[in-house]
Every structure is written in C-alpha cells, then in structure tokens.
Design a protein around this ligand. Structure first.
Ligand code: 5GP
Ligand code: MN
Length: 336
C-alpha cells in the first residue's frame, strides 16, 4: 500500500533526510536502514541514519555501519538533523514509541514522515506509507520501494544488496518462517545477482558469537528453561544477575527464545529478561497461536502473529507467573 504518490516527487531534488528505526535495532532494522541509506546517498541526498541505541556486535560489519549516528553519543547533532530534516524515514516500526528516546524528536520534526514497515496496527503518524504486514521484512519493502515504486532496480549496488539480504535473512529466520514466499526467494536471487555474497553474510551473522555469548547460551539452557508440557509451552526467565555474570551485551540474547520453541511439541515459547527498569518479554509461536494478541492484551506490546514482544513492570517471577496464569485461556489452540 502506498498513499500519496505525489510526495515521491520530493526525491527528485536533493533533500535533507534522516532515517530512523526501532530501539535496539535487529538485522532487519539496521539492514533496511543502511540499504536505503546507500541508495538515497547515491541519488545525491544528504542522508543520515540516527539510532536511539547501539546495535548488536553480530551486525558490526554491515556496509555503512560506521556512518550511523547513535543519538545518546551525539545528542546535539541528532537533534539538529531531525529538526532540519525534509523527510524522516520511519523504518521497521509502526508505532513511534518503538523509537524510544527518539520519539519526541521525530514528533517535533516538521519533516514529512515516510513509513516503510511490516508491523500490524500502524499508528497514524505517517505522511506517506509503504506498509504491508504480509511482507517478510522491511528490507523486502525497501527492495520493492526502490525497484518497483521508484523504478530504479538497476541502481541497487552490492553494498545495498548486502544490507537488504541481511535484513530479509534475519527476519525470516534464514528463510524458514511462513513469511518466506516464492516472491521472497525471487528478491533474494536478485540481491545475490546484485552482488550480495550470501555465504559471507551468513558467516558474519551466525558465526560471530563471543565465547561469553556461547557460555551464556549453555547456562540459560541448563538453568533458565522451564518446559510446561500440559500447555506445550516453554519459558526462559533470565535475571539481572545472569546478565551481569556473562557480561551480556546488546544482541547476545537474540535468537535465544527460538531454542525454547525447538523443543519437540512446543507451540509457544517465551523469553523474559530482567532489564532492571522493566521486564522485557519475547514470544514466539507455531501456527495460529496469537503471540501479538497475548502481548497486546497482557504485556503492553504487540508484533506479529508468531513473533511479538512487550514489557511489564512487576518482579521477574511475578511476570512469569502472570504469563503462566494466562495459558488456560489458550489451552485449546495450544494443545490441538
Ligand atoms: P523481539 O522478541 O525480537 O524483541 O520482537 C519480535 C517482534 O515483536 C518485533 O518484530 C516487534 O514486532 C514486536 N515487538 C517487540 N517488542 C515490542 C514492544 O514492546 N511493543 C510492540 N508493539 N511490539 C514489540
Ligand atoms: Mn522487521
């Protein structure tokens, strides 16, 4: 869906553009941001990517990551850029609150807000939106935006293709999830043709754990996993002390919840992490178990049907108990 075609004419002259994405960017958030960044730069625009936080070390190789501005380390510069932007791209989020400390700056900016995203229930803040909840990744939508909406497929360089490939790969769990359609594989083929070195990207993202991260994974599997067979559910609960003990940094917990889902028969997996100021929750499910409904109804969050997140402000054990008390409501679909 694209509304307001006439706005696209703005891109015909050099503009001041800021690209934003959600807090604690994942592979799709950073990949789509940098893919678009390279394209807009090549078109002659003045472009910056401004993030609300740092990003995981397994993404610290992506072309352009050194040029990214991290707001807390460049407050004045970021505020000036957002205040002076003609266009603020809003990538991989559909609610401004997901940009965390950047939210007031984006709201205050007089620039047009162009949202490109695949999350459900978009908030009404965008001047222009290219939004499709069926898309596998925002990086897929960036590819379509460049190639179909702007008719510029031939401008996709190897560095753009690399960023977009990484975004689609991470958001589809390496092309495993239900969102991985034939169309996604066609786009992936085109990205490889454009110069994305697929085997190198897999290597960079999946074979780049620190020793600590791997030991933390082993510790969590041994000590923090609880399987609840009567509801085909498995839960990880990670305390502040666990995080400190293994010096867990941004991105180290990425993918952990999938281990809970990989237990045979498990249809719903939850990961609770005590982030001090609040408990952060990640949910994953199989089939028609609505993770997003559970997060929206009970944990102040949302997301996709099979992958969602939220938060809560009670103690870790209380949040976990509250989650368990919700399971009977979903017993029928959890056990069918
Ligand atoms: P993750 O579990 O990897 O943090 O997030 C999975 C998905 O859940 C994200 O792609 C996003 O759609 C959604 N999500 C995560 N945290 C939140 C949250 O706090 N609020 C909302 N609305 N969605 C979230
Ligand atoms: Mn995404």
């Amino acid at each position: 869906m694209l509304t307001g075609q006439e706005h696209l004419q703005l891109l015909e002259e050099p503009k001041n553009i800021v690209i934003t994405t959600h807090h604690k960017p994942d592979g799709d958030a950073l990949g789509s941001s940098l893919g678009l960044y390279h394209w807009l730069k090549a078109k002659g625009h003045r472009v910056e990517v401004v993030l609300s936080s740092d990003f995981p070390t397994f993404l610290d190789w992506m072309p352009g990551r050194d040029e990214v501005i991290i707001y807390p380390t460049a407050v004045e510069k970021s505020e000036k850029l957002l205040a002076q932007a003609d266009i603020v791209f809003c990538l991989d989020y559909s609610a401004l609150s997901r940009t965390n400390i950047l939210e007031p700056l984006i709201r205050r900016s007089s620039g047009q807000k162009w949202m490109i995203d695949h999350h459900l229930d978009p908030e009404d803040f965008a001047t222009l939106s290219y939004w499709n909840a069926d898309a596998a990744a925002t990086a897929q939508l960036i590819y379509e935006f460049i190639s179909s909406v702007c008719n510029d497929q031939s401008a996709i360089t190897a560095e753009m293709a690399t960023c977009l490939y990484a975004g689609i790969m991470t958001d589809t769990g390496s092309f495993r999830f239900r969102s991985t359609t034939a169309a996604v594989h066609h786009i992936i083929a085109a990205l490889i043709d454009a110069g994305a070195r697929n085997w190198e990207i897999h290597e960079q993202i999946y074979n780049s754990s620190t020793e600590n991260r791997l030991k933390f994974l082993g510790y969590c599997l041994l000590n923090c996993l609880e399987v609840i067979p009567e509801y085909n559910t498995a839960v990880f609960a990670i305390t502040k002390e666990d995080l400190e003990k293994f010096q867990v940094s941004t991105g180290d917990t990425e993918g952990l919840v999938n281990y809970a889902l990989s237990v045979k028969g498990i249809r719903l997996a939850a990961l609770f992490i005590d982030r001090t100021e609040l408990i952060k929750l990640s949910l994953r499910s199989i089939g028609d178990i609505p993770c997003n409904e559970i997060c929206k109804k009970y944990f102040n969050g949302g997301g996709h049907l099979n992958a969602s997140g939220g938060s809560a402000s009670e103690e870790l054990s209380q949040v976990v108990n509250r989650f368990k008390s919700i399971l009977p409501e979903y017993k029928e679909i959890l056990t069918k």
